[in-house]
Design a protein around this ligand. Structure first.
Ligand code: ZN
Length: 221
């Protein structure tokens, strides 16, 4: 089943989901917690559309293949084609913001990194990107004032703020468009703040995003 992005008012975006373009380290505190150097240019990778599932539905993942880590990230819905865009053009092409989970088979990723191999099998499996509905951009304050949170069984685990991003939203999307043409229906994940960890089976997850988005979901037993 193909994932179609939707807005909070229930309206469907007129394009099916395309690729999901992600950035590896966009918050200094998360780079430090995984012992990674803070990058001088964004470390980009892509998840295919087959990763996407609705965040509102119970989250299943390949738990038999080692630790599955959650990474809560601000998600941007792209509404116009972008190639070698300026930061202004990139900013104007964003039509919605929401939340996504960049699910990662962390043990597998660590083994692949040690061998210098690509990460795909640890990050691009089916279901590896639960995505929320999107707030229309008019509901959103400026980028640096955005904040999002994740609580697991009522305990705070992650908090991300636009002001703490190493690469701001317009700069990041413009940089992505220098490497890959972005098309309507593509989604950009903007990196995770500190606080990542294994997804606990059976747990309840509660997400909030500035502008009025709240999602409660659970992890399958
Ligand atoms: Zn991530």
């Amino acid at each position: 089943m193909r994932f179609v992005p939707r807005f909070t008012d229930g309206q469907e975006f007129p394009h099916a989901l395309g690729k999901i373009v992600c950035v590896g380290r966009n918050y200094a505190d998360h780079a430090r917690e995984l012992d990674n150097p803070v990058p001088s240019e964004p470390l980009l990778f892509i998840k295919p559309a087959t990763c996407a599932v609705p965040l509102e539905e119970p989250i299943d993942a390949p738990f038999t293949r080692g630790e599955v880590h959650y990474e809560t990230e601000l998600a941007l819905l792209i509404g116009e084609e972008l190639s070698h865009a300026t930061a202004d053009e990139a900013e104007r092409a964003i039509v919605g913001i929401g939340l996504g989970l960049d699910l990662t088979l962390r043990d597998l990723q660590t083994r692949l990194k040690e061998k210098g191999h690509p990460w795909e099998t640890s990050k691009a499996f089916d279901g590896a990107c639960p995505l929320s509905v999107f707030l229309a951009l008019s509901q959103v304050p400026n980028w640096s004032a955005l904040a999002f949170t994740l609580e697991i069984d009522g305990e705070p685990h992650q908090r991300g703020e636009g002001a703490d991003m190493l690469f701001s939203v317009p700069t990041l999307v413009a940089e992505m468009s220098r490497h890959f043409t972005l098309q309507p229906g593509d989604v950009v994940l903007t990196g995770t703040p500190a606080g990542v960890g294994p997804l606990p089976r059976g747990a309840q997850l509660h997400f909030t995003l500035t502008g009025g988005l709240e999602v409660t979901t659970r992890v399958v037993e």
